[in-house]
Design a protein around this ligand. Sequence first.
Ligand SMILES: [Fe+2]
Length: 425
Amino acid sequence: MHNKTLGNLLFAFPFMLATALAANSCASVAADNVKPPLMQQGIQFGDLNRGSIMVWSRSNRDARMMVEYALNDQFTDSKIIRGPYALSVSDHTAKQELTGLPLGKDVYVRVWFEDLTNARTKSAAVSGHFHTIGAHDNIRFVWGGDTAGQGWGINKAFGGMKIYEAMRRAEPQFFIHSGDNIYADGVIEATKAAENGLIWTNIVTPEVSKVAETQAEFRGRYKYNLLDANVRAFNAEVPQIWQWDDHEVVNNWSDSKDLSADPRYTVKDVPLLVARAATAFKEYSAQRPHSADEPDRVYRKISYGPLLDVFVLDMRSYRGPNTANLQTVESAKTAFLGKEQVAWLQDGLKNSKAVWKVIAADMPIGLNIGDGTVNNIPDGTPRWEAVANGNNGTAKGRELEIAGLLSNIKKDNVKNIVWLTADVH
Ligand SMILES: [Fe+2]
């Protein structure tokens, strides 16, 4: 009997977060007086699906990733995978896929890094575990977004990013991060005025003390979140599905983004910022790389058997510029998901055999979300950041694409669709 519910659907919302900065307390094995690699960012699991998962970690220097896994915490009959090199080209991040995993089992994993010259010089192992979803299991997951936004960073006195510990205790089988994994354009200062005259204190690193422009600054944002012990403990137990939104790059970015008058930015070239941001996102997310036709693709489907398919959208990479959003005919300017992604989604929904189809959206489709005015003229025509245009008439602008999608879903008679997002975005 399988239960046609999603089990307990939990909502979690990790913004205004913080925690204790735990030192890497692991003992390590040194040989030949060479310092062993360190794993200061712990491990992460990503894109769990039927029988496979990605394992992520980072070394502090050139090394090789090693992954051991077993179906028991004693690691009896374990398998050891000689994983990828972790070199400076990827900021020493590395990912290894585990495949052929049995369904409905606890899988125990330990990861370490070996020196390239001498394998006996290795980091202490960091362990974690996760549960593969059985064919007839109930499914329980959490979702949320917007990590360390608006200057609310890791506050040790507050206990750090405690929402991650609350989510971990709920024992979800996976977590969907709906986007804004970092706030690349939000400066995190040592103190910030909070409600009722209280002062919020933040851990601060050089990379979060200014807007992210260089490759190192984008990478430093992800490293900042991983300073939090709650986050690292969560990452070692709860597989994640990451999508991205605007703050991985810069607020409300699109082809019409103009940084020329923003004194915080020396780099005014938005596509260059996008490239650096996408590089850091790819390095630090445990996402499974897409196939060779589009290796960096973020939108993807993740299947969990008869109960659930998750359609993860990318509402950033294929949109036209933010405009007044009142065009009456669809064109490149009104694209939001873009033709290919819409066709992929429509097809996927139509052919899905799963009882529930969750659409993970990095932005809401119905809320009016403004983006200043057209040409930045005070009191000028509103410019729109999301789909809706605040005009109560027939569908216009980006609404045309979503209206078409919804009509086709109705025409194809697809049932049990649940849209998820976090915040206004
Ligand atoms: Fe956003």
